[in-house]
Design a protein. Structure first.
Length: 76
C-alpha cells in the first residue's frame, strides 16, 4: 500500500501527516509517535494497515518534519 503525505497547519504550526488507505474512510487508525520519534517510525505498519482501512500518522510539533517553533509549549 502506498503512503502519501498531506500537511496541516494549526495556529501557524505546520505538521506533515502520513496517510494510507482510502482517504474518505469514516474511521481511521491513528498512530501517534513517542518522544522523541517521528511519524516515520510507523511507516511500515501504516502501509500494512492501509490495506485494511484508513491509517494516519502525524508528526507532532517539534518532531520529525513538523515545525519547531522556539516559543511553542512542548509539555503534555
Amino acid at each position: 500500500m502506498s503512503i502519501s503525505t498531506l500537511e496541516v497547519s494549526v495556529r501557524g504550526v505546520r505538521s506533515p501527516v502520513l496517510t494510507a488507505g482510502p482517504p474518505d474512510g469514516a474511521e481511521a487508525v491513528v498512530f501517534v509517535h513517542g518522544n522523541p520519534g517521528p511519524a516515520d517510525d510507523w511507516r511500515d505498519l501504516l502501509s500494512r494497515v492501509g490495506e485494511l482501512g484508513r491509517a494516519i500518522a502525524p508528526d507532532m510539533p517539534g518532531y520529525g518534519h513538523a515545525d519547531k517553533p522556539k516559543d511553542f509549549s512542548y509539555s503534555a
